[in-house]
Design a protein around this ligand. Structure first.
Ligand code: SIN
Length: 282
């Protein structure tokens, strides 16, 4: 039956659309096919799914252990599902800048399954960038330079208590006292699934190169951020009803576009545990 066999088509230079497939019917063989596609593509886009929160959780659990984000509000009765919500009277969205989730953790999350629950009539797209393609597009000399570096990441400046945190965020972000940790990761990692090299710095959470000051780090980080967001390494995803994006934090960045003021957007996000990151060698 058509709805039971996953078909794949490229979304861009990276990322794959999965069509003709109802996630709630996934067999172990389907999961294995999807895992291969995920490892290769960095992000999978599913369409027209009619998943209950239980089915969303069940599907996620077939990939690994769920990581409960300590800062996000959760869905009522589902503490393992984070809410990515913007109401018509709110101005700020969650994730409205380039980032990769959880890079501030010692063991950053593998990725997230973001399921559309209520979409604005117009707008609310999400941008994705491939940190694997971006790495491959650098010169050999730059690759060698970066492979010797690590970078410091933090959650303090984003989720920690700070006077300029807008009041409207208080219903969506909490637990600010838990924003204590910094983590150091290699700038070029060997991707845990594909073995490909990937750039692991991001504008959301990276503070500086390890052993460098923030001022010294800024020009090179700025270059890398501009490079990773070149059009050939990015893709703009337009959401449809029942759409779900499943991205890999170690191979992509994402950016939720905030262009739908006065309308509501509600997404359910389940995040999966990752594994320690290793520096790419050779
Ligand atoms: C996020 O950064 O997790 C949210 C992405 C989105 O809402 O499109």
């Amino acid at each position: 039956m058509a709805k039971e066999i996953p078909k794949f088509s490229p979304a861009a230079g990276f990322g794959k659309n999965v069509t003709d497939f109802d996630l709630s019917t996934a067999t172990d063989a389907h999961i294995s096919t999807l895992k291969d596609a995920f490892s290769e593509a960095g992000v999978l886009f599913f369409h027209g799914q009619e998943l209950s929160p239980e089915q969303h959780l069940e599907f996620a659990e077939r990939w690994g252990q769920i990581n409960v984000n300590r800062f996000f509000a959760t869905v009522a009765d589902y503490p393992k599902i984070a809410e990515v919500r913007k109401e018509p009277d709110q101005q700020i969205n969650i994730g409205g800048g380039w980032h990769t989730d959880h890079s501030y953790d010692e063991i950053p999350a593998l990725g997230s399954m973001l399921l559309a629950r209520e979409l604005p009539q117009v707008g609310g797209d999400t941008l994705f960038a491939s940190t694997v393609l971006a790495y491959e597009g650098l010169s050999s000399a730059m690759k060698e330079t970066l492979e010797r570096l690590s970078a410091v990441h933090s959650s303090r400046h984003v989720f920690g208590a700070r006077p300029e945190m807008p009041g409207e965020m208080s219903s969506r972000i909490g637990n600010q006292e838990a924003a204590l940790q910094d983590a150091v990761h290699p700038v070029v990692i060997e991707h845990p699934l594909s073995g490909k090299k990937s750039l692991y710095v991001n504008p959301g959470f990276t503070l500086r190169f390890d052993g460098w000051t923030a001022e010294e780090s800024e020009p090179l980080l700025k270059f890398l951020y501009g490079h990773i967001t070149r059009p050939e390494y990015t893709y703009r995803h337009r959401w449809g009803d029942g759409g779900m994006a499943f991205w890999d934090n170690r191979a992509t960045w994402h950016f939720a576009i905030n262009d739908y003021h006065g309308q509501k957007r509600l997404m359910h996000r389940i995040t999966l545990e990752g594994e320690p990151l290793r520096a790419a060698v050779g």
